[in-house]
Design a protein around this ligand. Structure first.
Ligand code: BGC
Length: 373
């Protein structure tokens, strides 16, 4: 009798677990990405949708054409559709407050994906890379490649900065990491900035636009380098801006050296520029891993858990749990931060090893294995 009861109990437990799992898997996730016009978000959207669908969820994916009003409307529609979880990469981190208040009222948890969303208490978690470290890696790359030494001021170099979109909370972290790393060398007179533009506001690039970065660099070259001044480094926060800067150097720079050009993301056009010597490095962020970490977090939230540091083991990628760095104006947002790394012409094979890129037919350039890029 006792045995029969325990078998019955075990059966009940299995059944209730199964129905719980099924209920979870039948849930719908709303994914809001900023734009298809910047390469990486095509990959992010594809990986997120695919990974959530493969885990048994319905996944509704929207892109908002870098238009703030459209993103508010798109998210409002996802809320009206009754999604169970929102994953949002904001176009403007400051502009979603009212819409996300509605999400909170509807009891929909929100994960800020890659970009922190400001001034709203509706955000449960933030998943991103260590954004400050991205900038540090770029700055350190310049120091290592030029062999800079604070004790040796005999050789000096010229550098110009191009930063990201002021509406994107990440942009300040990237610039800050690079500037903090290079500032001692600027202060020592080893690195000079002929344009004098060392503040974020002076070098920011709205919407991370390639065309704006191109134009700004053309202006800088015309104003400060047309007399033969040598440009040694163009520190660019990401690949979309690096693309414009490399183009400006190709067309408007009079010197015969190839300046170091930094970037971030591993966009296909930039990887080509790296092979062709027009860009020197990119800080690579594996967005398939970022999607995977978001899935692990989303699953836990939808299962009614309150994940913390313990989730790190289930993320499927190296990451840290940070409860200090990201205050969105309403308090600290617990963050899972993945690890970025440096890619140059010498280690492109590392990207192929992720399975997310492949060599082209001539074994010369890389192609993405994602369907949308
Ligand atoms: C992302 C970068 C990206 C930039 C422009 C940032 O928020 O973190 O990876 O290059 O947006 O798309």
């Amino acid at each position: 009798m006792k045995k029969a009861i325990s078998i019955l109990l075990a059966l009940c437990m299995v059944l209730s677990l199964c129905s719980f799992a099924l209920a979870d898997e039948g849930k719908t996730v709303g994914i809001a990405m900023p734009t298809k016009s910047l390469e990486r978000w095509n990959r992010d959207g594809e990986y997120l949708q695919k990974q959530f669908e493969e885990a048994g969820y319905e996944a509704k994916l929207v892109y908002s054409d870098n238009d703030i009003e459209q993103q508010n409307n798109d998210i409002a529609n996802l809320i009206a559709d009754g999604v169970d979880l929102l994953i949002i990469s904001a176009i403007d981190g400051e502009s979603l407050t009212q819409t996300l208040a509605d999400a909170k009222d509807a009891g929909i948890p929100v994960i800020a994906y890659d970009r922190l969303i400001m001034n709203t208490d509706a955000i449960s978690y933030y998943v991103s890379f260590d954004n400050y470290t991205v900038g540090v890696l770029q700055g350190q790359f310049v120091i290592d490649t030029l062999g800079l030494d604070l004790e040796d001021t005999s050789t000096t170099y010229n550098i110009e900065f191009t930063a990201g979109d002021p509406a994107d909370n990440n942009a300040g972290f990237f610039f800050g990491g690079a500037m903090d790393t290079l500032k001692p060398y600027i202060d020592a007179g080893i690195l000079n900035v002929p344009s004098g533009k060392t503040e974020f506001e002076q070098v920011a690039t709205p919407a991370w636009s390639t065309d704006t970065a191109l134009e700004n660099m053309q202006n800088t070259l015309a104003s400060y380098y047309s007399d033969g001044t040598v440009l040694d480094v163009a520190l660019c926060s990401n690949d979309s801006t690096a693309l414009g800067v490399a183009q400006a150097i190709g067309s408007d720079y009079a010197g015969d050296n190839q300046p170091l050009v930094t970037g971030q993301d591993g966009d296909i056009a930039n990887l080509q520029n790296i092979v062709d010597g027009k860009q020197t490095m990119t800080v690579y962020k594996n967005v398939s891993d970022e999607a995977g970490a978001t899935l692990a977090l989303g699953k836990a939230i939808l299962a009614g858990e309150t994940p913390a540091e313990d989730l790190l083991d289930s993320l499927g990628a190296e990451a840290s749990y940070d409860t200090e760095s990201y205050d969105n104006g309403t308090g600290i947002i617990p963050s899972y931060l993945l690890v970025p790394y440096v890619i140059t012409a010498d280690n492109l094979q590392m990207l192929v090893d992720t399975g997310l890129y492949q060599w082209d037919a001539d074994n010369h350039y890389l192609e993405s294995t994602a369907e949308t890029t």
